[in-house]
Design a protein around this ligand. Structure first.
Ligand SMILES: Cc1cc2nc3c(=O)[nH]c(=O)nc-3n(C[C@H](O)[C@H](O)[C@H](O)COP(=O)(O)OP(=O)(O)OC[C@H]3O[C@@H](n4cnc5c(N)ncnc54)[C@H](O)[C@@H]3O)c2cc1C
Length: 393
């Protein structure tokens, strides 16, 4: 039976990150992905590598600080994949968050980012409003500009996997995790590939199956603890219009939620929504009412969208957030990553629940810290904050 130090289930950004971190630390690692790399949430995000300005309102300062640090790392190691962009927040007479509140928030954002490159902000002079892609300037009081970064989430995931493979990490794809059984000092992992079941052994199984993580955890015997999480669907639509000046960060006129309107592959991406989801993760689809909600936001700010209907939507996709189970609105819940181990300090199974695209490298480092005691020390091959990530050709 083939043996690995670490077997990882899920080829999204978290699985990719753990594969890279394990390989960089000198461990043997196998990543199992059932469809394609980034075929789950990691190709259906808002594609931002950002500090998360709005998390300041819910007091998630350590998350914002870590995310801004990770943004700086991405800009350094992945310049082909991550680009700093201007973000515009238009403030109208009826906008809830006023310019002075935004500027206080952005000053705090800059401080949490260590006043590094890309933390400057200010008002866009009125004479430049005409360059803002046809933004409605009626009743417009101010436009605040700050900076955050945009990526191609699926390409980023593939680049991290390539980096891991260059360090010796192995990939089984397509291959579906079936079950795992715990042993005293490791775990037997069974997965289906090419129509046959294969069994391998690992010191640690890392469950990075995103919205499927609960299903994966339930296939472990004897049973392990499964954290209580909710799945919350987020839809994006792509509209046939062009925004080129940057990314617009606007309030939905319906409920005040923050929505992004951003350039995406020559068109415009609008998202996102937050709809509780109870079905199978494989079945998630954009709902008509979510598309209407996003169209209404785009129409409200860009008169050029006024005549567009759902028939004009070029592309639509929905992803699932994994959030701690709670009764409060999804918007207000913690975006921190949850890690669960079957035992401490020598875990055989470690689960990653929730988290952010932006934080994949930091999350992977935490996973390696947690599983380190279960693994024999090996000579390190590389440091993940120095490995350059390239767009696959
Ligand atoms: C709408 C939305 C917008 C977001 N926007 C942002 C953003 O702009 N910036 C940001 O930082 N974060 C954002 N996030 C969060 C971020 O996208 C996620 O945290 C991240 O993509 C989760 O990655 P993951 O690897 O945990 O899960 P996934 O990407 O879902 O990967 C899980 C993988 O596991 C595989 N899998 C499942 N079961 C099995 C099995 N049995 N065998 C083998 N493989 C299996 C799946 O096929 C899938 O590829 C957003 C999330 C959503 C939902």
């Amino acid at each position: 039976m083939k043996e690995y130090d670490v077997i990882i289930v899920g080829g999204g950004i978290h699985g990719a990150g753990v594969m890279q971190a394990a390989a960089a630390a000198g461990h043997s690692a196998l990543l199992i992905e059932k469809r394609e790399l980034a075929s789950g949430t990691s190709s259906r995000s808002s594609k931002l590598i950002h500090g998360g300005l709005r998390y300041l309102e819910s007091g998630q300062f350590s998350l914002v600080r870590e995310s801004l640090r990770e943004r700086s790392v991405h800009l350094r190691i992945a310049p082909e994949l991550v680009e700093l962009k201007p973000f515009y927040i238009p403030v109208y007479a009826a906008t809830r968050r006023r310019p002075w509140q935004l500027k206080i928030g952005l000053a705090l954002y800059a401080a949490l980012g260590g006043f590094a490159a890309g933390t400057g902000f200010g008002s866009v002079p009125k004479r430049e409003w005409a360059q803002l892609d046809g933004l409605d300037t009626r009743n417009l009081d101010a436009v605040i500009r700050y900076y955050d970064a945009q990526t191609d989430d699926a390409a980023l995931t593939r680049a991290v996997v390539e980096s891991a493979r260059s360090l010796g990490g192995e990939l089984a794809l397509p291959a579906t995790f079936l079950s795992a059984s715990l042993e005293d000092d490791g775990v037997q992992v069974s997965f289906a590939q090419d129509g046959a079941a294969t069994v391998c052994r690992a010191r640690v199984l890392v469950n990075a199956a995103g919205p499927w993580a609960t299903q994966v955890a339930r296939a472990v015997t004897p049973a392990i603890q499964v954290p209580a999480v909710d799945l919350v669907q987020g839809t994006h639509i792509v509209l046939p219009m062009s925004v080129t000046a940057g990314i617009y960060y606007v309030e939905s006129p319906a409920d005040g939620r923050a929505v992004f309107i951003m350039p995406w592959k020559g068109a415009t991406l609008v998202g996102t929504t937050e709809t509780p989801y109870r079905g199978e993760p494989d079945q998630v689809r954009p709902l008509p009412e979510e598309e209407e909600y996003l169209l209404a936001v785009a129409r409200h700010y860009f008169p050029s969208v006024a005549g567009m209907t759902r028939a004009d939507i070029r592309e639509r996709f929905a992803g699932l957030r994994v959030l701690p189970a709670a009764s409060e609105k999804a918007f207000d819940r913690s975006r921190e990553t949850i890690f669960t181990a079957d035992r401490d300090p020598h875990p055989r199974v470690l689960g990653i629940y929730g988290g952010k695209l932006t934080g994949w490298r930091a999350a992977a480092a935490q996973v390696l810290d947690r599983i380190g005691p279960s693994l024999a020390a090996k000579p390190r091959r590389a440091a993940t904050d120095e490995l350059v990530l390239r767009r696959a050709t």
